[in-house]
Design a protein around this ligand. Structure first.
Ligand code: UDX
Length: 433
């Protein structure tokens, strides 16, 4: 079966490559010619563990190709996946302009029955709008619009695609269901649960899942903040909570707040959608507010740890990406923290194993860039661990301390043991401990 994947970000590339791995013939297309040129030379525009090998293998075996000729790819495919960006717009809703531009190109090239599968995260009701838009542009041509949301985590997207917890398919067309089941048959055969429902429900499943995960994070961050006041250890609290099967121990790691291209965007989009429809989503509003406050608390924590005034201080930052194993810094808490450190008159030096180039695009020469964690410590009044990269888990503490101006360590990911840090002579503070 021939598939056209519109969009070559981490969702489009991973899904396109994964479907090729399942035996489909996939053409990944993108408007940005440079991206396609990179991909045709075997280079990836994103950093995603395991993806490069999988792309190489499927290109070599002739199941995966890249092209900028979107109309030709649409005409030659039975299923067209939409995996374009749906960024937040100014008032928090989702900007669907990229999606509708792609839909218009599909409508212009409907040379027979096709399934239009929306992989991008879109507000509830978008599939209906897409269907109406195609009908208005392409008179009486048969097609179906399927909502097929993804649950990929950056840094483990390949694994998450090949071994998903569930496949969600939203459509009211039996024919489209059959085609989608055929596409995902390798998963069907290993008993991956399929949730077959209508478009609106499938769209809502994605938002409800992501905002719930974001709520878990804001919840444990709030508990961590209370733990700091009452002298409890949030890690022991989280571990004991997680032993309750109804809670599960996942996504109960306190930190500087959630970032990335999904949680912040999806929580805002669901909040905005509910408000627009006349419902006040108080809980989702709090999830967003707690997250914003958490980033601010990190700046206050750093300021307190360096004696109350950041002006003239040198702060070393370990990690800029929003999570380990990715170079993605979109809405990373580190960006907020660094911006506010600079605003308070501190100077900042950063090191990140993968996101230095991305950090340079945001901060240019307003911060210094180190080649490793020890260079970050040179003359620093404090070190702030923002992203729990494995490279930061076993640092030589004496080496760090010898290079620093004052041995202050703010650990926003609780990577280190407070007792050990104190024994090593650091003024140490984590989150919730
Ligand atoms: C998320 C969802 O997990 C995924 O299912 C969805 O498809 C896309 O959005 P992603 O944003 O890539 O994936 O990363 P994730 O691992 O979920 O982390 C998101 C943010 O939450 C990161 O900033 C991470 O540091 C933070 N986080 C995560 C915590 O602070 N605590 C946790 O316990 C887990």
């Amino acid at each position: 079966m021939r598939i056209c994947m519109i969009g070559t970000g981490y969702v489009g590339l991973v899904t396109g490559c994964g479907l090729a791995e399942f035996g489909m013939k996939v053409t990944c297309v993108d408007k940005v010619a440079e991206k396609i040129e990179m991909l045709e030379q075997g280079e990836l525009p994103i950093y995603e563990p395991g993806l490069k090998d999988l792309v190489e293998k499927n290109v070599k075996e002739g199941r995966l190709r890249f092209s900028t000729d979107i109309p030709e790819a649409i005409r030659n495919s039975l299923v067209i996946f939409l995996a374009v960006g749906t960024p937040s717009d100014d008032d928090g809703g989702a900007d669907l302009s990229y999606l509708f531009n792609a839909v218009d190109e599909i409508a212009e090239n409907l040379n027979g029955y096709k399934v239009v599968a929306i992989k991008s995260t879109v507000p509830v009701g978008t599939a209906k709008q897409v269907s109406q838009r195609v009908v208005s542009l392409a008179r009486n041509v048969a097609f179906d619009v399927v909502s097929n949301p993804e649950f990929l985590r950056e840094g483990s997207a390949v694994e998450d695609f090949l071994h998903p917890d569930r496949v969600v398919i939203g459509t009211e067309s039996e024919q489209a269901v059959a085609i989608m089941k055929d596409i995902y048959s390798p998963l069907y055969l290993i008993e991956t649960p399929f949730v077959i429902t209508n478009n609106e429900t499938a769209e809502m499943i994605k938002y409800a899942s992501n905002t719930f995960l974001a709520a878990k994070i804001s919840y444990i961050n709030e508990v961590a903040n209370i733990c700091e006041i009452v002298g409890a250890d949030v890690h022991v609290v989280a571990r004991a909570m997680g032993l309750d099967g109804r809670i599960s121990r996942k996504f109960l790691h306190p930190g500087p707040g959630f970032g990335g291209s999904c949680f912040p965007k999806d929580t805002r989009a669901l909040y905005h959608l509910a408000k627009e429809k006349g419902y006040d989503p108080a809980l989702i509003g709090s999830v967003i507010q707690v997250n914003e406050n958490q980033k601010r608390r990190m700046v206050e924590k750093i300021q307190r740890m360096v004696g109350g005034n950041l002006a003239g201080k040198v702060i070393g930052v370990l990690g800029v990406s929003f999570k380990p194993n990715t170079d993605d810094i979109r809405e990373s808490p580190a960006i907020f923290v660094i911006r506010n450190l600079l605003k308070a008159g501190a100077s900042v030096k950063v090191f990140d194993p993968a996101a230095m180039e991305e950090a340079g695009k945001v901060f240019d020469n307003t911060i210094a860039y180190a080649n490793n964690a020890y260079e970050v410590a040179e003359g620093a009044d404090a070190i702030v661990l923002m992203t729990e990269w494995n490279q930061f888990r076993r640092l030589d503490l004496q080496e760090l301390k010898n290079r620093m101006r004052s041995p202050v360590f703010v650990d926003t990911r609780n990577v280190y043991d407070p007792q050990k840090m104190k024994q090593a002579g650091f003024f140490y503070e984590g989150v919730g401990r």
